[in-house]
Design a protein around this ligand. Structure first.
Ligand SMILES: [Zn+2]
Ligand SMILES: [Zn+2]
Length: 117
């Protein structure tokens, strides 16, 4: 049995304990968690998506370690669908700089409006 499997079994047997720990952790680290919120929004994949894209904007190639990084949901549902329902799989996430992200959404909105007509 590898450690991954072991962890899975352990978690299954100790669910109540884990929930209690988590609650306690949230209570103690409220402020810290607020900062991490955005990562949680993306199911923990926010940073992973940036790592995969080498912290560069996939659209214009800007170095996102120097600019504020954004991560966009390719299915365009990340901002509208309830957070838990958003598809946060890495293949649905793309790293963008703020300006490319903004432009992309303006274009998407235009398309949406066109389709509604
Ligand atoms: Zn860009
Ligand atoms: Zn977006």
């Amino acid at each position: 049995m590898n450690s991954k499997e072991y962890g899975k079994i352990w978690r299954a047997n100790n669910q109540e304990k884990i929930i209690k720990w988590r609650k306690e952790f949230c209570r103690v680290n409220k402020d810290k968690l607020r900062i991490m919120d955005r990562e949680v929004d993306f199911g923990g994949n926010w940073k992973k998506a940036l790592d995969r894209d080498n912290w560069t904007c996939r659209h214009c190639g800007k170095d996102l370690t120097k600019y504020r990084p954004n991560v966009h949901h390719k299915d365009n549902k990340g901002h509208s669908v309830k957070k838990k329902k958003a598809d946060n799989s890495l293949k649905n996430l793309v790293s963008l700089c703020v300006s490319c992200h903004r432009k992309l959404h303006i274009n998407l909105k235009r398309l949406e409006q066109k389709n509604e007509l």
